[in-house]
Design a protein around this ligand. Sequence first.
Ligand code: SAH
Ligand code: SF4
Ligand code: F3S
Length: 467
Amino acid sequence: MHLPDLCVAGNRQRVTVDHIALDQEYRPLFAGKKYFLRTYGCQMNVHDSEEIKYYLEALGFTATDTLEEADIVVLNTCAIRENAKDKVYGYLGRCKHLKYSKKNLIICLCGCLVQEPHEIEEFKTKHQYIDIIVGTHNLKELPELICQKAPEQAIEVYSNSDKVYENVKYARDSKISAWINIAYGCDKFCTYCIVPFTRGRERSRKMENILQEVQELKDSGYQEVTLLGQNVNAYGNDLALGYNFATLLEEVAKIGIPRIRFVTSHPWNFTDEMIDVIAKYDNIMPYVHLPIQSGSDNILKKMNRRYTIEEYKTLFNKIKSKVKNVAITTDIIVGFPNETDEDFNKTLDIVKYCEFDNAFTFIYSPRVGTAAARMPDKVSFETKQARLKKLNELVNSYSLKSNQKLLGKTVKVLVTGPSEKGSNKVCGYTDTMKLVNIVGSQDLIGQIVDVEITAAKSFSLDGKVSL
Ligand code: SAH
Ligand code: SF4
Ligand code: F3S
């Protein structure tokens, strides 16, 4: 589908935002008022929400976890599957209800869902109580839209952008681990996926700006950075400045921040150079999220994934053999249009072959405007559900197996916060991204500690600090 450069919707004059003036000029307007922010979707959205938080706090709002206390509600939405969308609409119902008793409540929607033209139509016609709708390409306009709150619904959404904003400010959720955008958008157009439509073309940030951000985070005490892109392998291709993801990763590693991660790696175009850099530096974590999506070449082709199962296996084995103790996780979709039992069995086979450390599994969800949504599909929803159940059982057995391999071993864990499992516990992640609940004091938060693993479950480990 062609991506037009026109705006999807815009009903106000565009403004230039002077974010430096936010603090001084607008803060008094909203002092004492509260914001409620809810985030759906992937790490990109989680990081965008840190930008939204910065704007809201600069305007004078303070956070609340209680919807009823809010003066402004911001829903940062996701469109990846129908259930992500349903959750947003469900929450909107609560917001609408609240507005009956709280007339001045501002309701604001941003994120991927608002990038879809048919959704905009829905918001315009059936959800007029929503005050502000701002797209993924122009989040920077959010503070202006809040300050200039019009009596009518304000919609500012652009369907594409070639812009890469620099010097974006964030109110980061963590003082230990930080997200860093390295590239925006996606050009892969997997036939099932809405992301190229909601996030636009692939655009990389210049390497010097990323390195500066990493250096600043290191200087302010961060232990970990995660480099973010829909497909990190594509980093730099659009810039044609002579560097690529391997170059970037190596330069980031040299800065010396203790832990570096990156998501997501597309199996296509994952170069040997990248593997060599991951293997070479101790501070690049031995963890690769490598979505496979299906075990059937026939389905992979229909998905436009650009690799065969043989090619995936070759890459998988190369990473396993070159990167010591590496963990590899994946994403899998079941029930792609007309997926046969034979196709599905091939997915089970590849899971058995790879023994993934973890896998995120989904039932295919048709997205309006994507190529797969126009493909005929005779598979019943019940069959898809049964396939998912079978796949999950298999996947979980391998997660448990890989966790059990750590029993009795001592591993390094970056302690990120209190544990949900009790006040005498903290939690954190191994270098291979496994969650560990640790008996220990809250003073450990922010440190990388040696932990002896005492119990292994499918989704987490228990441990105690090794003396
Ligand atoms: N850019 C990343 C991830 C994008 S979305 C990548 O390419 O790996 C995260 C996952 O959601 C995808 O890997 C895919 O497994 C799943 N997904 C995307 N679109 C979907 C759809 N229409 N239905 C079901 N799952 C989907
Ligand atoms: Fe979607 Fe494919 Fe791009 Fe990932 S690589 S965001 S699955 S189009
Ligand atoms: Fe959802 Fe958009 Fe991420 S569709 S998964 S929030 S890129």
